[in-house]
Design a protein around this ligand. Sequence first.
Ligand SMILES: [Mg+2]
Length: 224
Amino acid sequence: MRPLLLLDVDGPLNPFAGKPERRPDGYTTHRMVLDGWTEQHPLRVWLNPDHGRMLTDLAVECGLDLVWATTWQHLANTMIAPLVGLPELPVIEFGDALGTAAWKWDAVTTYAGDRPLAWLDDDFHQWRHGRPKFDMARLGRPTLLHTVDARIGITYNDLSAVAEWALTLPSDAPAPQAPSPDAPDDTDQTDMSRLAALGTDEEWVGILQDLNGELAETGRMARD
Ligand SMILES: [Mg+2]
């Protein structure tokens, strides 16, 4: 059972609650018109093109499966993913639950089943009435509900929290799949060099290096 990393859009990827005159560093502005959009002006969406790389690196290092858990639902794959550098991801569908106490809780419960899950969202508190049922369903199943500040969006601190949680998972969780014989030969690209390619944030590179070592020690990463 591979652990899940559930991803919301508004708040974590789009820090919509930031001050209108002060776009957070690293973000670009997009103006989108969605089906049924009735406002006079397009929807302003702030997105960080580095988020895709940060999230996919974390998912690979921790053996997590990224999944959308957003009111954008399938539009996240067509309108958001290309702008942040994420691949097409599975989508959790919510039906008519959004706006009710069930919110995303019930659909996530059903989708995740027994799989461990980490979840990045900004609205857990707003829909807390549905939370007890969710918590009951998740008893005994590793679960991290991590609130992202909707004024700032996902930061390295948020991803570090997920990485630290991943270290607590049982060591029998499956390791990332070995590349197939047909895959391009990347044997010259060591884990460390790939981590170094993360960019200039040395702290984050260090976190992932530590994580890599700890995962190897606990046997969660099968390294030949
Ligand atoms: Mg949100």
